[in-house]
Ligand binder design. Structure first.
Ligand SMILES: [Zn+2]
Length: 97
């Protein structure tokens, strides 16, 4: 009689926010609707996109920004841009040389 073993692994991920998340709602001209906006640092904390990459995407016109008192990122455009699937590649150790 064959015996079958089943292993279950749970992966936990903890995200620590240094500051309370501040999201405001404003009209984004490019989206043509009221959208949530947040600081680039907040967007970086909540996504897998680095702050530097966010600025690069803004300059490339791929994500929207609103400049009021502070430079804010349109969260709708971040969603439309899409986040890369987390395949764990960034956490995998490099093998060989
Ligand atoms: Zn927008």
């Amino acid at each position: 009689m064959k015996q079958r073993a089943q292993f279950t692994f749970e992966v936990e991920e903890t995200i620590v926010l240094r500051q309370p998340v501040s999201i405001s709602n404003v009209f984004c001209r490019q989206c043509g609707s009221i959208v949530g906006i947040a600081l680039p640092q907040t967007v970086a904390d909540l996504s897998r996109i680095s702050e530097r990459e966010i600025f690069r995407l803004v300059e490339a016109g791929e994500i929207h920004f609103i400049e009021a008192k502070r430079f804010m990122i349109c969260l709708n455009s971040i969603l439309m841009f899409g986040l890369p699937p987390d395949d764990g590649a960034s956490r995998r150790p490099k093998v060989g040389s």
